[in-house]
Design a protein around this ligand. Structure first.
Ligand SMILES: C[S@@+](CC[C@H](N)C(=O)[O-])C[C@H]1O[C@@H](n2cnc3c(N)ncnc32)[C@H](O)[C@@H]1O
Length: 255
């Protein structure tokens, strides 16, 4: 599918989720992370989102975020930023997303907390230079038309020595392009890690619950599509991770 068409498709899907999720059951939209090395004690209400939370935990603990000013770009429905805020003791957290409905949802769902949510484009961040210690970016950059512009914007809003924690997937053939985009940016590489195995394990473990949610919330004629978006076991997207057509990577980059 051509990129422009894919973008429209994803926008419609994110809008659709906002529309059907009346009880705020979907607060994460990522593929998750699972590994023996990660065992987080979660509050009861967070347990259903364990694998998505683990992806945030693995990414956000790329540096110590305690006492730091954090910006998340592409925060979606805010579950990840809320986790970081409640469990990892940052100073302030701000989330931005292009999707107006997602930001409306966040402002309502997390009302009364100190999480700040703003609608904005990753390629045009509405913040002053040198504003944040850490920028978090989880499974969102694959949607940006111009990743170079995004990287420049993040560099601009980070304080000196600030860190970009980025995790996302690409077609295997496009990982090299992402590496090159980072290399020609102003950032220094601190770490790059391929986490495809951990994502596949998470998808496998999360499949039974995701199937139940899809059957409950999505009309049957849209369920195949939903399985592909959720990458449940057996779906085309799941198989593409298993056979490494898609790869999932994690970067720690410093200003
Ligand atoms: C797969 S979801 C991930 C959301 C969240 N990070 C999570 O893990 O639950 C991708 C998100 O990126 C957002 N997004 C796409 N293009 C964007 C852009 N140009 N600027 C900001 N956000 C964008 C989408 O609206 C969507 O909420």
């Amino acid at each position: 599918m051509k990129d422009a068409l894919k973008n429209i498709f994803f926008k419609i899907w994110y809008w659709y989720i906002s529309t059907i999720d009346k009880n705020a059951e979907i607060i994460f939209m990522n593929y998750g992370y699972s590994s023996k090395s990660i065992k987080i004690e979660l509050d009861k209400e967070d347990v259903p989102n364990r694998y998505s939370i683990q992806l945030y935990h693995h990414t956000a603990t790329g540096v110590d975020v305690k006492g730091k000013d954090i910006l998340e770009v592409g925060c979606g429905r805010g579950g990840g930023l809320s986790y970081v805020n409640r469990y990892l003791s940052p100073k302030n957290v701000t989330g931005v997303d292009l999707n107006k409905k997602a930001i409306q949802f966040c402002n309502k769902h997390y009302k009364g907390t100190n999480n700040i949510f703003v609608q904005a484009d990753a390629q045009k961040l509405p913040f002053a230079d040198n504003s944040f210690d850490v920028v978090l970016n989880v499974e969102s950059s694959h949607r940006y038309p111009d990743v170079d512009v995004f990287l420049n914007e993040v560099y601009r809003v980070l304080k000196p020595d600030g860190v970009l924690l980025l995790t996302d997937f690409r077609q295997k053939k496009d990982i090299e392009l992402l590496d090159r985009q980072i290399k020609i940016s102003l950032f220094e590489f601190l770490k790059k890690e391929n986490i495809t195995n951990e994502v596949v394990e998470a998808l496998t473990f999360a499949t039974p619950d995701r199937k139940v949610l899809i059957e409950k919330m999505v009309p049957s004629f849209l369920q195949d599509l939903a399985h592909n978006f959720a990458a449940t076991e057996g779906s085309t997207t799941y198989k593409r991770f298993v056979n490494r057509y898609f790869e999932y990577v994690n970067y720690v980059l410093i200003k």
